[in-house]
Design a protein around this ligand. Structure first.
Ligand SMILES: [Fe+2]
Ligand SMILES: [Fe+2]
Length: 170
């Protein structure tokens, strides 16, 4: 049985996951309009995995006697300054999510909710992986150094390569 406090923080986490899913969906759509099709696929795929994170939380909250809520959300930006800017924004979003998970883990320990603590270990590992993944992409794109449409073409190609090598992850 979840305490009201833990139930609320898990619901807040659902909000973050839904927002992440919608942010990456918006990014994917914008990339598609820019004809950066690999980047679009990358973000569409990542949007789906954020939705899975949300579904896992909903199932857990309801199973443990709480009530998972679907939040009302502000729309994510429709367009982005550049490919780099969107990737940096995605990385910042992942960092924010990692912090939020850390805060719930701390609350679980402080309130001796070891069940939720254990449940959250999957998210701790997932965030570590995702943050590292996004950081690696940002670093790679910086290395390519996009100065013109040719650079953009190669950056999109590099993101496509990442999709091939990590099909389950994006
Ligand atoms: Fe997530
Ligand atoms: Fe994520």
């Amino acid at each position: 049985m979840l305490t009201k406090k833990i139930e609320k923080t898990l619901n807040d986490q659902i909000t973050l996951e839904v927002y992440s899913s919608s942010l990456y969906l918006a990014m994917g759509s914008w990339f598609e309009t820019q004809r950066l099709l690999n980047s679009a696929q990358f973000f569409y795929r990542h949007s789906t995995s954020e939705r899975e994170h949300m579904m896992k939380l909903i199932a857990y909250v309801n199973r443990e006697g709480g009530h998972a809520r679907v939040p009302e959300l502000a729309a994510p930006p429709a367009s982005y300054k550049s490919l780099e800017a969107a990737l940096e924004m995605a990385l910042e979003n992942e960092k924010k999510v990692t912090k939020a998970i850390g805060a719930i883990v701390e609350l679980c320990l402080a309130t001796k909710d070891y069940g939720t603590f254990t449940f959250l270990q999957w998210y701790v590992a997932e965030q570590q992986e995702e943050e590292g993944y996004f950081q690696a992409i940002v670093d790679k794109i910086k290395m390519i150094g996009i100065k013109d449409s040719r650079g953009l073409f190669f950056a999109d190609k590099a993101i496509g390569k990442l999709l091939e090598t990590a099909p389950s992850k994006a």
